[in-house]
Structures are given as C-alpha cells and as structure tokens.
Design a protein around this ligand. Structure first.
Ligand code: PRX
Length: 638
C-alpha cells in the first residue's frame, strides 16, 4: 500500500499535512481502501457531546477490505498462520482465499441462527483460527462482536453479555493454555444463568472437555457448518455498512466500578488500523508478522485481525503461553516460521529475561527485522535485553503507546525511520495531536515538561461512545479538560520533543499489560462476607510491571490464611484470575481524611516501601492508623 512512510522527511511532511489539513490527509489515505460508496464528509466533530463522525455517508464492509480485495492477486498468500499450544500438534495455515471461504460459511451459520445486522454477539473462544473466523463473520453480516478474554469469569461474561444484550454466544468446549485446560463452555453455562437476552450458543470442539449441551439453545459449530455446506455452501455477500455503524464493543476497566463497553465504528477504525499497521511495522509483502497478544484485548483486535488483514499481511497467531513447554517457545516459533516482525509486551520480555539466556541459545532469530512493544512502559533493562538478545542489536524496537479507546497506535517510532530511546514512545503518528496539561487545565507548551496526556484533535480510530451510556463516555474522557480527549496517562516531553509515558494518573492499575480498575476490584473483595472494607493500590513488580496490593479490613481473621484464600477465590469468581491481588494485608483501619476519603497516596507509599516520603498525615481522622499499617507491612515483608 503506498501510504507507507519511507523516511524521516516523509514522516515530517505527513505529520505537517495531517495537522494543517486533516480532512485532505485522511481522505487520501481512505482512498486506498475499498468502498461500496464514497463518503460525503471526511470529518464532523465536537468533543463537547462528544460527536465524532469520520467518512460520513460512506458505505463499505470491513471484511471486503480484509479479505475479498486481496483474493485476486494474493489469494494464496497465508492470511493466518496458527501455532497450537502443544508444539507436537499440527499447525494450520489459512490463505486469504481459504479464510474468506470459511468466513462466508460461518456468516451463513450466524444468519441461520437468526443473527441480523446490528445484533450483538459475544465471543468467548480460545486463540484458534475459528476466533478470527467468528469475528470476521460477524463483521460480514453487520453483527456487532463483543469478544471476552478467555481469562474472565462467568460473572464478568454475564455482566458483559447483559450490558450489550447479546443474542448469541460463540464458545468452545474448552481451551488449552500451557499445561491447563480452560472449561470455557462450563463457564459460559454459569454465566448464562443470569442472561435473558441469549437465544443460542454455538460451541466449537477444541479440547473434547465434556460439556452439557442444552436442548434448543446450544448447537455444535461443526453441525451448523454441515447444514450450510449441504446448501452448496453459498457465498455470503458482505452487508453494506455505514461508515459510522458500530463494528464492535470491547469492555475495559476504568476508575469506576463497572467496565465500560468501548464502541468502535467501521470506517474510521479500518482506515486507522490499516494505516498504522503498515507504518508502525513498516510491513513489506511476504513478511511474517507475529503479535503475541490475545485477541480478547484491543491489541489482538487491531493488530492480529483487522490491521494486518486489511493490508494483506501474514499474521501469525499463537494459542499458548510464552513459557510452555518451556521459556524458549517464542524463539522456537520465530525460528520455525522465520518471523520478521515480533510484537509483544514488556511483561513477557521481563519474564523470559528472568529465565536466563539459555533458552535463546542455539535458536535462529536472524529473520527478525523489527520488534514492537505494547501495553505498559518498558523499562530500560528489558528494552536493552530485547534489543541485544532478541534483535541482535540490529532490529529497531518500536515502543507503541495507545489504549483500547484509541483503536490503534498513537505514539510510536517508525522502525528504521524515527530515532529510538529506551522507554520512550518518541513521536506522535501523523494525525495525532498530543498535548500535556497541568493540574489547572493549562496546556504546557515547549519541551522538558511533564503533565497529563491529552489529545486535542480527533483521529479516525478513536472510540465514539461507551455502549448504552454516552454520558459515561463524555464524563470519562471529555470533561477533565475542555475540548480534549483525556488519556488518563502521565507523560514527559523531553528537550528534543520526544514523548515518554510515565503511567496512569487515575485509579487504574496496569498489571502485566492488563488494565485493572481499583474500584472494580475493591467491590469484588468487599463482596466476601468476612470483608468490611478494602483499598487496592499498585506497587512496582519485577515481572508484572505493577503488582496488586490489597489492604483489607476483615470481620474476624482468626484464620488469616484461610480468609486470604477465600478472598482470592472471590476475586477469581467475580472478575477472573488476572485480578487476584499479589499481596493481601489485613488491617484494622484505613487512613482516612476527616471527610472519610481513603488516602491512597499513603497506602501506595507503604506498598512501595517508601516510608520516608509519606507526607503530611496530620489531617487524618486517626494518624495512628498509619503506624499500625506500616508495622503490619513490615511483618508481611519478612
Ligand atoms: O497506561 C497506558 C498503558 O496501557 C494503558 C492502556 O491499556 P489498554 O487499553 O488495556 O491497552 C493496552 C494495549 C494498547 C495506557 O493508558 N500503555 C499502553 N501502551 C503503553 C503504555 N504505557 C507505556 N508505554 C506504552 N507503550
């Protein structure tokens, strides 16, 4: 695709044009996609409601851009390479032609099961090619997918299904993750006891885990495919969608109790993920690109599925975990498929680094040309290890900063084009206008400044609303600073004008690259009958980036160890194992102001072990509480 930037001068020109004339800039990029009908207006927007519309009046289907348009010249190019959890099981390759056929087939299955344009479909599948097929089949017929990460609990699935009123669920009997089998169907069954909107469940066979199939509700994927095959496998024409028709909902945690359904629409998301994929990875035809994320998160949506496929790339997806059967698994995969581009998370890098270099020795990593990082700040040590050991000092690293709400990457170096500095996301991509704000709402001009990161102009991939609650979208992102999108991140701009993300400034933790809302987790812990109150803070963790520290007031803890385990079980049930606290400290009271507000700053310092800088504690209701908590924390450390 010829919107790829090839030099730093081209980047500067593109950036300048994108700011001076954004409509012309994005209109020219959108021309590289396939439209059933061209748009009337490139952009209409205000950040006060907010009301953001890109390519209004345009008609298209994203799957024609991701599949059909590649068939003529590149039909036999691998679209998806799938590496199973167990390295002795056969891998699978789906060419663009094969993927299109399977998507059309499954789209017909969805239609047979009464799914129509605008209906919501919940997808709870392991990392198998059928997950990509299911996503694209929804998009083919204009159904809105809501993918739920396989690590979430029945309660979390139920909450998400009910919020979006999903009509159908697609799941599997079970899924493999390292040595474990996840009983996905059984978890869905538990969830559905609370969900009235669901009419049908389509179940894929993967692990042969025994399942209970409910008559009239549950059907097997394979049986449904047979039914459409006997109808001579008719193709499924792509539904004509408006540019601003919702494509998907993806739930993410924020600083309030309940996860939000971030809504992305069709055309802007397609243009933005395609443009950023091509540029940030400098993708060249024939290259093998491996993103290690799970499709249950935004990274997988944008950079395993939609971005790479719209650009005709070969996208490798991996079912398992980096440490199974051993900590050399990523490197085995790189060697096996001669991977050229690797996109992974700092937490994976740090964990593999901790296993030592013996797992890299003897592995041929010479195919790697470009490396990417995403999800959390990457520390210098991990950056250098990634650069030296994995990239052999030759493959540039692109540290990509963005969020679920952004749809695609906003700030990142273009490998080989932009300079790189460890722990810096460097420069905004064309079309992205970041600014740093101080606490009084003033923009910090110039360089060598730190502030809250905002974006002052829309970009095509940004969220449009939060499902069923537009006011919440406005409140969360568009009220902190007038006429700006507020990211929730802190940021430093260096003397050279390079951006370095310093972490969340709100009550959201980033644990192994996953967003955990402290309020949501506290609510879950408080559900346990022995818990009176709790407060969650983050602390630096050598592998996870941030660990979860829970201060808990319990009714009675004669059996502290037992209560601790019960709390972990409660969190696993209500949210999922990913939100389990690393440390639980039982306390008798929490430090509160006279108005009853918990002083998290103090709790954070204690969790970090930074006792010398606790600050003023005299305004607390009861300053002696702090002493007791410090004592307890010290005991816990021993
Ligand atoms: O704090 C930032 C951090 O992850 C948050 C977004 O999380 P999520 O929506 O789950 O999306 C993760 C994958 C896109 C951000 O607010 N974050 C993400 N990437 C980086 C990062 N922090 C520093 N550097 C990054 N490259």
């Amino acid at each position: 695709m010829n919107f790829q930037i090839n030099s730093f001068e081209e980047y500067q020109d593109a950036y300048k044009k994108s700011v001076e004339n954004p409509e012309q800039f994005w209109g020219e990029i959108a021309d590289h996609f396939f439209w059933k009908r061209k748009w009337n207006n490139v952009l209409n927007w205000n950040f006060t409601e907010p009301n953001i519309k890109w390519f209004e009046g345009g008609k298209l289907n994203i799957t024609e851009n991701c599949l059909d348009r590649h068939i003529y010249q590149n039909g036999d190019t691998p679209a998806i390479i799938w590496e199973p959890n167990d390295p002795t099981e056969a891998h699978r390759i789906l060419t663009y032609k094969q993927l299109l056929a399977k998507v059309e087939q499954f789209a017909n299955v969805l239609k047979n099961n009464n799914v129509r344009k605008g209906d919501r479909v919940c997808i709870y599948l392991p990392m198998v090619p059928e997950l990509v097929i299911a996503i694209l089949a929804c998009a083919r017929i204009g159904a809105i997918h809501s993918v739920v990460f396989g690590g979430f609990s029945a309660q979390s699935i139920a909450d998400r299904i009910n919020d979006a009123e999903c009509k159908l669920v697609i799941t599997a009997d079970g899924g493999f993750r390292g040595p474990k089998v996840l009983e996905l169907k059984s978890i869905v069954d538990d969830a559905l006891m609370q969900c009235k909107s669901v009419e049908k469940v389509i179940v894929l066979t993967r692990s042969r885990t025994p399942v209970s199939m409910i008559k009239g509700r549950d059907v097997w994927w394979e049986d449904e495919i047979k039914k459409v095959e006997t109808q001579d496998n008719p193709p499924c024409p792509a539904e004509e969608m408006d540019s601003e028709d919702p494509l998907f909902v993806l739930y993410t945690s924020g600083s309030t109790g309940k996860p939000k359904g971030v809504v992305h629409t069709t055309a802007g998301y397609m243009v933005y993920t395609g443009y950023t994929f091509s540029n940030v990875f400098q993708y060249q035809p024939g290259e093998v690109y491996f993103c290690t994320a799970d499709i249950g998160w935004i990274t997988g949506h944008s950079y395993i599925v939609y971005g790479p496929l719209s650009q005709g790339a070969t996208s490798l997806m991996f079912e398992g975990v980096p440490t199974y059967p051993d900590a050399g698994r990523f490197w085995d995969i790189v060697e096996k498929y001669k991977v050229n581009i690797l996109y992974t998370a700092p937490t994976a890098i740090r964990s593999l680094m901790a296993f030592g270099d013996s797992f890299i020795e003897g592995k041929d990593l010479s195919s790697l040309k470009k490396l990417g990082s995403v999800g959390e700040p990457i520390n210098k040590e991990a950056w250098e290890w990634y650069h030296e050991k994995i990239g052999r000092g030759k493959a540039p690293i692109t540290d990509t900063w963005w969020q679920t709400e952004n749809g695609g990457i906003l700030i990142a170096p273009l490998p080989g084009i932009t300079p790189t500095i460890p722990s810096y996301a460097m420069l905004p991509l064309p079309g992205v206008q970041p600014c740093l704000m101080d606490e009084n709402g003033n923009e910090l001009e110039g360089n060598d400044v730190s502030g809250n990161l905002c974006i002052k102009f829309p970009w095509p991939g940004m969220l449009r609303t939060t499902w069923g609650d537009h006011e919440r979208c406005r409140q969360t992102y568009f009220t902190a600073y007038k006429n700006m999108y507020f990211t929730g991140d802190g940021c430093y701009r260096s003397p050279e004008g390079y951006y370095r993300i310093t972490g969340r400034v709100d009550d959201v933790l980033n644990v192994s690259g996953h967003r955990i809302g402290t309020a949501e987790l506290e609510n879950a812990i408080n559900m346990h009958s022995d818990v009176v109150e709790s407060a969650i803070v983050g602390y630096p963790h050598p592998v996870k980036g941030q660990g979860i520290y829970a201060y808990v007031i319990a009714n009675h803890h004669i059996d502290a160890e037992g209560t601790r385990k019960d709390i972990l079980q409660t969190v696993t049930r209500l949210i999922g194992a990913i939100a389990k606290p690393d440390i639980i400290q039982f306390v008798t009271d929490l430090p509160k102001t006279r108005s009853g507000k918990i002083m998290r700053r103090i709790l954070r310092k204690i969790a970090e072990g930074e006792l010398s800088s606790l600050g003023d504690t005299t305004t607390l209701q009861d300053p002696t509480v702090v002493e007791k908590i410090i004592e307890g924390a010290e005991k816990l450390r021993k």
